[in-house]
Design a protein around this ligand. Structure first.
Ligand code: PEP
Ligand code: MN
Length: 381
């Protein structure tokens, strides 16, 4: 069954808008802009305006582009505005985009991914999760247990991680487990407990959606949707989360290349949702001393290829509690915009991933060290 239009179901305008998206663009996107899907014959063009281009000239360019049935995405940099144009190649090529007053250059995006390409926006995207901004100067720490197990458990851990400096609370209510006999998550009850923990701590929550059939339910509670590694190429799920107004954190599949990850993100943006975080969480290699191999190469590569913020999950990346802090620090040094760390107050009793969860005290110690590394690389926390 098709999920009914989530755009109408999820009316949380306070959430998930890319900072800097101009009001006109945002309003038009949700009202009269058709969702234009990129096809093999689609093209994306980047219009770079001059530093002295006026707002009137920009509005004029955008209005004309839209009147031709093409899509325009406006990004404001410090010095100039970049307008991404998307539509069928034959239609775009015949338009005199370079002839408008105020235009400095017009360049096609030649990469297989277009909307996620860094040049498409000309600046890094800031993604809002509740009242927290990911992708700006501040390195954002997300933390919480692997699974939500009870109201007491999630609320206690939420308070601990909040005190230590986490800004976003994580916790799975729908768990993708290798074995069907393992704990599968509390489902709706888990979401309710997460909402309770949000209420108590004020932290926005990120939680996984595994299936399109649960999307409406998860959207009713989450501030950010997580698409897990095992679902990175579940294209129908990617399309559906792309139709919501919530930010989405897309985790890299365990045997996916960086390009695969970018192509999957492209599915989400192509549905109109530009609020996407990319998460490196370790890949499978021949190495078996650790759960996965955290591919920190992905961080600088992604930062150069895409405007989307990059999150690193050192917990699943290495999978061994004592080594998680080193990789969290390395992730921030490599340029991650955010880290996601699993924390549990009684890891030996955890229903999933206890062996890799940090104790709250160790997490607190880690955050202090993350702050030092962040400052050393020109960020803050
Ligand atoms: C998780 O975040 O708990 C999780 C299941 O992650 P991944 O999809 O990366 O395995
Ligand atoms: Mn986990």
């Amino acid at each position: 069954m098709q999920t009914p239009s989530l755009q109408t179901l999820v009316t949380r305008p306070d959430l998930g808008l890319v900072e800097g998206r101009d009001a006109l663009d945002s309003a038009k996107r949700s009202c009269d802009q058709p969702t234009l899907h990129l096809t093999p014959n689609s093209l994306a063009m980047i219009i770079v305006t001059r530093p002295d281009t006026t707002q009137e000239q920009i509005d004029h360019i955008v209005d004309r582009i839209r009147s031709w049935g093409l899509k325009a995405e406006v990004s404001r940099g410090e010095m100039r505005v970049v307008i991404g144009v998307i539509g069928p190649e034959d239609k775009i090529r015949e338009k005199p985009l370079g002839a408008f007053p105020g235009v400095e250059s017009v360049t096609p995006v030649l990469k297989p991914y277009k909307l996620v390409a860094r040049e498409f926006r000309g600046r890094y995207s800031h993604v809002r999760v509740g009242d927290v901004t990911v992708g700006a100067k501040e390195v954002v720490v997300m933390a919480g247990p692997c699974s939500v197990e009870s109201e007491g458990q999630i609320t206690a851990i939420a308070k601990e991680v909040r005190k230590a400096g986490a800004k976003i609370l994580r916790g799975g209510a729908f768990k993708p487990r290798t074995s069907p006999y393992s704990f599968q998550g509390l489902g709706k009850l888990g979401l309710q407990f997460l909402a309770e923990a949000r209420q108590v701590t004020g932290m926005p929550i990120i939680t996984e959606v595994m299936d399109t059939k649960d999307l409406e339910l998860v959207c009713a509670y989450a501030d950010c949707l997580q698409v897990g590694a095992r679902n990175m190429q579940n294209f129908s799920l990617l399309r559906e989360v792309g139709r919501t107004d919530l930010p989405v954190m897309l985790k890299r599949g365990m045997s996916a290349t960086i390009k695969d990850l970018l192509m999957s993100a492209e599915y989400i943006l192509n549905e109109g949702n530009f609020n996407v975080l990319l998460c490196e969480r370790g890949i499978r290699t021949f190495e078996n001393m650790t759960r996965n191999t955290l591919d920190l190469n992905a961080v600088p590569v992604l930062k150069s290829e895409t405007h989307l913020p990059v999150v690193v999950d050192p917990t699943h990346g290495i999978g061994v509690r004592e080594f998680v802090p080193a990789m969290a620090l390395a992730a921030v040094a490599a340029g991650a915009d955010s880290i996601m760390v699993e924390v549990h107050n009684a890891p030996e009793q955890a229903k999933s991933d206890g062996e890799q969860a940090l104790l709250p005290a160790d997490f607190e110690d880690l955050v202090a060290r993350v702050r030092s590394v962040a400052v050393a690389v020109g960020r803050e926390l």
